[in-house]
Every structure is written in structure tokens, then in C-alpha cells.
Ligand binder design. Structure first.
Ligand code: ZN
Length: 234
């Protein structure tokens, strides 16, 4: 059994226990969070606690389709075709695989963020390489006409054969993260209860928060309260 299948089992078991104890907030009430500046990390952030309750945007098949649409990872026509040709149970099963992939990859990122990746780390990525090997990509020549000038362009396409092919753009995003990002600048938000990850692309590498709107303001308010208390104490 590969690492991913093992991770898959663990996640399946733990999430079923979780569902008995808690009722998760509905992902449909709130748009997904895209603040990571790297699609692979946005995928890890598809479960988060934006206010008080945890939201899992890929908690079921419909959620996965909606998240992929919001992420712009799958063309709307392909999403519509897969929704029409798959049963809800098939889509739920793929969402479960996506969650297993997410939690396995989260472990890889959390233990390695803040330092450059080393050649030895590639060994841990075998499950991701297995997934990439299933990809069915091809290129197509398309004509692009801008301001009356036509230009031919070679554009990457993907065959969307089954619901499982929804995992492939995700695998591509994760692979791009490890190949294109400097892991030294992969950071976790400093918000005390925040789980969001991001790639710090700021010039001085001084980014500390997932977003000012979520955790930056919370930290500002907390610091302000602390100062007021200190002033009162004097
Ligand atoms: Zn945060």
C-alpha cells in the first residue's frame, strides 16, 4: 500500500469519528479562501477556520467541484460534463481522495517550510508522482486574435475522462509548488488559531498574516487592547 492510500485510510477513519462529534459549518455559506499566492497552498487552505467554526470547502463532491471552479483549475465545461456523467457517490469518493491527498501533502509542507527543499525530500513525493503519472494531458494549437493580429499558440489541455481526473490539476498545483516555490518563504500565518499557509512573495519577506482582513486586524486589535491594559495598570 502506498503512502497516499495509508494517509487516505487514516483520514477516512478520523473524519468519520469527527462527524459524529461535530457538525461542520457549511462551506456553501462562505466563499473559499485564496490568499496563499500559490495554488498548491490555496489547496491546503481549502479547510480553515475563517471565524469560529472550521469549514471544509471540499467536504463532499459538490464542494470539490465548486472549489475547483473558484480556483479556476478546471474549465466550467469540463465541470459540467463530469457533474452530468458522475453519480454523487462517485464525486463524494473523489472528494474523499482529495482530502486524503491534502492532509498527506500538508504534512510534507509543514515539516519542510522555512528551509530550501533538499534532494532527499523527493523520495517522500512518490505518491504525488504516482498521481501525476495518471495525467492525460496534451497540447493543442489555438488561434488567438488580438487587435486584428492573429497568433497561433500551443495551449495545454487535459482529457477529463472520469471524476478521478479532478485530482490531476490539484496534483499539478502541488508539483508546481515543490518545483517552483522557494520553501524558505513558505510560511504559516502567525494568527494563534489560524491554520492558513502562504508563500511570502513580498520584497522584504516580511509577510506574517494570511490576510490583514482575517488575522492581521485581529492581531492589531489584540496589540491595541494589550497597550490599553498596560496604560491602565500604570
Ligand atoms: Zn491567519
Amino acid at each position: 500500500m502506498c503512502n497516499l492510500s495509508r494517509a487516505f485510510l487514516v483520514v477516512t477513519m478520523s473524519s468519520s469519528i469527527w462527524q459524529i462529534d461535530h457538525k461542520k459549518m457549511d462551506y456553501r455559506q462562505i466563499p473559499a479562501i485564496f490568499v496563499a499566492d500559490a495554488p498548491g497552498l490555496d489547496f491546503l487552505n481549502s479547510i480553515a477556520t475563517p471565524v469560529d467554526e472550521e469549514v471544509d470547502w471540499i467536504g463532499d463532491g459538490e464542494g470539490l467541484l465548486s472549489w475547483l471552479e473558484q480556483a479556476g483549475m478546471v474549465p466550467p465545461a469540463a465541470l459540467a460534463a463530469l457533474r452530468a456523467q458522475s453519480t454523487p457517490a462517485e464525486l463524494d469518493a473523489v472528494a474523499q481522495q482529495a482530502r486524503a491527498l491534502r492532509e498527506w501533502f500538508r504534512g510534507f509542507v509543514r515539516t519542510r517550510k522555512g528551509r530550501p527543499l533538499a534532494a532527499v525530500d523527493v523520495g517522500e513525493l512518490a505518491p504525488l508522482n504516482e498521481l501525476l503519472a495518471r495525467d492525460d494531458r496534451y497540447e493543442e494549437i489555438v488561434a488567438d486574435v488580438t487587435a486584428g493580429v492573429s497568433r497561433f499558440e500551443l495551449r495545454a489541455q487535459r482529457r477529463w475522462k472520469s471524476a478521478e481526473s479532478l485530482l490531476l490539476p490539484i496534483a499539478e498545483a502541488l508539483a508546481r509548488l515543490v518545483c517552483d516555490e522557494d520553501f524558505t518563504q513558505v510560511k504559516a500565518c502567525e494568527g494563534p488559531r489560524c491554520t492558513l499557509l502562504f508563500a511570502d512573495h513580498t520584497r522584504g519577506h516580511a509577510r506574517r498574516w494570511c490576510s490583514m482582513a482575517i488575522c492581521g486586524n485581529r492581531a492589531k486589535v489584540a496589540a491595541h487592547r494589550k497597550r490599553l491594559k498596560e496604560q491602565e495598570a500604570h
